[in-house]
Design a protein around this ligand. Structure first.
Ligand SMILES: [Mg+2]
Length: 207
């Protein structure tokens, strides 16, 4: 069903901050951020969810944030595994996290190899823009979290409030080797630290 008023506000929201979407979101990289980094992981049985993932994401859900996963899966484009494998892993991960009361609005996957044309491969902000339009998000009050520079750049390219680097996965190496590039980022140990940082900065703004 058409919702003219919503469509109108959505069009205005692209140009005018006072009409920006109402919802706040956290966009999450998957491998090395939510689960242990394993080279080209593609089997559900290889998933290792960081304990900090459950705690942090539950706290954000309870605080009303909408959660999204934004994942580059070049193993598909390289022919190492199929998109169906990626979806199987994602389904299993979401099923596991749902037991902790965590729910994702949408999972965005860029399946192309780096040398292939891609609509949404990070650091492209395309998936964040699509989520903004579909879920009425205010990107300027939202966050992007990951363990690589491309995750941080994706967030900056989309105009999020802050890009956040976790020290899990490749994050500790990025922090050590790219100090100049991450100056604008918030750096935290893991997703529990990420949620604490967001919720603390939120309450400081209100007070
Ligand atoms: Mg990663």
């Amino acid at each position: 069903m058409r919702q003219p008023e919503k469509e109108f506000n959505s069009i205005l929201g692209k140009f005018s901050p006072q009409f920006a979407g109402m919802n706040r979101a956290v966009f999450l990289d998957r491998d090395g951020t939510m689960i242990a980094e394993k080279n080209y992981l593609h089997r559900p049985e290889d998933i290792e969810i960081f304990p900090a993932t459950r705690i942090g994401l539950k706290n954000l859900c309870d605080a009303g944030f909408k959660l999204f996963i934004v994942s580059n899966q070049s193993g598909v484009g390289r022919g190492y595994f199929s998109l169906a494998d990626v979806e199987k892993v994602n389904r299993h991960l979401c099923g596991e996290l749902s037991h902790s009361g965590i729910r994702f609005e949408r999972i965005y996957v860029a399946a192309e190899a780096p040398d292939q044309p891609s609509r949404g491969r990070k650091p492209s902000p395309q998936f964040l823009f699509e989520a903004r339009d579909e879920f009425d998000l205010n990107l300027a009050e939202s966050f992007m979290v990951g363990d690589k520079l491309i995750d941080l750049e994706c967030g900056w390219n989309a105009g999020v409030k802050r890009s956040i680097l976790v020290r899990t996965g490749y994050g500790a190496v990025v922090e050590r080797e790219s100090p100049g590039e991450i100056l604008r980022a918030v750096v935290v140990d893991d997703l529990t630290g990420m949620a604490e940082w967001i919720l603390n900065s939120n309450s400081k703004l209100k007070n």
